[in-house]
Design a protein around this ligand. Structure first.
Ligand SMILES: *Cc1c(COP(=O)(O)O)cnc(C)c1O
Length: 350
């Protein structure tokens, strides 16, 4: 009996070995009129690998019972196996994630906070769907756009989120400042969280009247120079245009993905269909920090570690990744240097 990983001779990433995979189909060893079978009628029906034959035989031999009916052991085993097949189908067509979130949305949900673009994986989260489902249950939404705004054109009104936050320093502006968009009705209903100059309209011993939004939330002397720099950074990005930036970065990411995919032992972490500008990877037998250190000697700066996303790392069964993240000023030539650098790491750890 084969385990799941053995079904096709190895874990994902193993190179395409047709002979090994044919081995799993006993019927392909069949001879017809004394000749080796050449089966080209796969459109009519396909052959079944040994693992499929074994699973069916095992069910009839050990677990056979009707599903969802009985409380007895066989019925429970049959139900578990049947339902686990449903989960595999959902996963196969990427249908299961959306549902899991819907189940989490309950009467006790106070806020849905979700990232727009994962800093660890590069996955673009379908936030519109997330927001629509929350809205249907009257739950306010907060989107973390720290990674998204420099790669995607963001329209908070089209998204219809309640809050959208992003940092200036990730979009070519100064550190220490960022922006929080909020729907006016939400912000008006919220009390100030800090006291200081500018947030008060009138004060008497009887009562305090707060300033209107946004000043109510901007107590004290602000980071004036930072705000001005932040604004100019947004001008720069708008002058190039996020559509043009998106196209350039998509090309870079596709190119880099293709180039690193042939490096032996390299595993890309984060392979969502919709992704942007982040190439996270591990290299068999090499700690991500060592990758970072060796690349640094070649003048190549990447990030190594868990990227403040430990649960994500846990889900992939790793402690960290090496992460190259691209911006509109990066080039294919730089990607070539990265790829050469990773090859060098590979050689050093062979
Ligand atoms: C960088 C980052 C933050 C934190 O922003 P800072 O301004 O650096 O504190 C939050 N969320 C995501 C997705 C980020 O990439």
């Amino acid at each position: 009996m084969k385990t799941e990983h053995e079904v096709f001779g190895g874990p994902p990433g193993t190179s395409y070995d047709v002979a090994r995979w044919r081995d799993d189909f006993p019927i392909l060893r069949e001879r017809v009129h004394g000749k080796a079978l050449v089966y080209f009628d796969n459109a009519a029906t396909t052959h079944k690998p040994q693992a499929v034959l074994d699973a069916e035989a095992r069910y009839y031999a050990h677990d056979n019972a009707n599903v969802h009916r009985g409380v007895h052991t066989l019925s429970q085993r049959a139900t578990d196996a049947f339902e686990s097949a449903r989960a595999k189908v959902q996963h196969f067509v990427n249908a299961e994630a959306v549902d899991a979130y819907e189940k989490l949305l309950g009467p006790h949900t106070r806020l849905v906070a979700v990232t727009h673009l994962s800093n660890a994986l590069g996955s673009i989260v379908p936030v519109k769907r997330v927001i629509d489902l929350a809205r249907a249950k009257n739950v306010p939404t907060l989107i973390d756009g720290a990674q998204a705004v420099s790669h995607l054109a963001v329209d908070v009104r089209a998204l219809d989120c309640d809050f959208y936050a992003f940092s200036s320093h990730k979009i070519f502006g100064p550190t220490g400042i960022g922006a929080l968009y909020g729907k006016a009705a939400r912000l008006k209903a919220m009390p100030p969280y800090q006291g200081g100059g500018d947030m008060i309209r009138a004060v008497t011993f009887e009562k305090t009247e707060y300033n209107e939004i946004p000043y109510k939330f901007e107590a004290g002397t602000p980071n004036i120079a930072g705000a001005i720099g932040f604004g100019v950074a947004l001008d720069c990005v708008s002058a190039i245009g996020l559509d043009a930036i998106g196209n350039h970065e998509r090309d870079l990411l596709a190119y880099a993905t293709r180039e690193v995919s042939c490096i032996p032992g390299l595993r890309i972490i984060g392979t969502a269909q919709e992704k942007a500008s982040i190439l996270s990877f591990t290299l068999d037998g090499v700690h991500p920090h060592d990758i970072g250190t060796i690349l640094d000697r070649e003048g190549i700066a990447i990030r190594a570690g868990h990227h403040c996303a430990m649960p994500v790392m846990q889900k992939f069964g790793i402690t960290g990744t090496a992460r190259a993240s691209f911006a509109f000023y990066n080039t294919r030539e730089e990607v070539d240097k990265l790829v050469a650098g990773i090859h060098q790491v590979r050689r050093m750890f062979r």
